[in-house]
Ligand binder design. Sequence first.
Ligand code: ATP
Ligand code: MG
Length: 408
Amino acid sequence: MKYSSYFLKTHKDAKAFDSINATLLQKGGFIDQVMSGVYTMLPIGLKTLTNIETIVREEMNKIASELLMPALSPTELWETTGRTGIDVLFEARGANDASRKRNDGQYILNSTHEELITPLAQKNRQSYKDFPFAVYQIQTKFRNEERAKSGLMRGREFRMKDMYSFHTSEEDLLAFYETAKQAYMNIFSRLGIGEDTKITKASGGDFTTGFSHEFQTMCESGEDVIYINDETGEAWNKEVAPSEEGFTKHNASEVGNIFPLNTKFSKAFDYSYTDASGKKQLVFMGSYGIGTSRLMGVIVEKFHDDKGIIWPESVAPFTVYLASLNRDDSATVATADAVYEELTRAGIETLYDDRDTGTGAKFADADLLGIPYRVVVSKKTGENVEVASRRTGEAKTQSLATFIQEIR
Ligand code: ATP
Ligand code: MG
């Protein structure tokens, strides 16, 4: 991608916002705030979010089928489960008389999708032979959060991966639940936060007498507090932590949450399957969320320095920031063009800074945007390129072929 024709504008001198991720993502031109808790994903931000969601999708496809449910749903579905009173629920209706005259229905803007997935599963899967199965989506959710803050970490409109599983017994549900835990940890490892993300016991809500499990990423700015047992490494959310024993307390952000729902929703919708003897039995369900836009914020909170973001390679919108210097020298420009072509041919995502700006501005953007490798082509680099790692700061001069080989 050529910087000169990309819809990208950095705002290095913008004021600081209430959190590191809000500040760096806005200075870097990744996101734009429309109102509190609501953001536009600008091209470079969308590319980053898509990388995160692709990793989530790849791991989920191993255990479930992807579908896409609507954002809007009829209020009756929420009346069926008695959840119209959820304190973050948004509704939507015609905005004016003309619109309401056409259709004066009132709808829910979904905050989660149990109300939609349960009747859908019921339409399609009724025999014990059809079980177990799991489906998921990656979708936009709406929640009227009391305090939408900390950039992407708490939005009123945000992205979530939500999976739902269906079983003929509690044992089968719990076996799948463990598989999901493993899939989640694979995702967080691939995102570079595996070691700092703890499977944390949390309240089971009104679904189960046992625990639900949160995936809490240790992070200074996290809104949650978790207690980690010094000996066993087991983690508890503050809300359910035992009071004795030796614990270390950490701030953390909840990047995922999985629930054994058991029969709460199948009861509400009267969703039963027919067992081998022809008898009706209630279906057991689980639900499994990951906050994909929150993850983008958490990754910035964890990986940055005073110059900007330091994306893990798996998440970075581009792998290489190609800084073309001495743009008044046509031979140097021709070399930079050739380097860009070769990187592109090698399948390495490159942001080619072909602007007529000074070296300082190019290097500052490379640092702010957090691209893993800065490759410089200048009068000085001749046959070679100068490669600097954003993470370690180390720079070396090498041939382009060697660099391509090294990062492949
Ligand atoms: P929290 O306790 O942080 O409000 P929650 O427990 O209400 O979150 P869940 O219903 O468990 O959230 O949703 C699944 C996942 O979606 C969460 O683990 C989190 O990663 C993400 N998420 C929830 N609310 C938001 C939000 N307002 N903005 C961004 N991501 C969110
Ligand atoms: Mg939760």
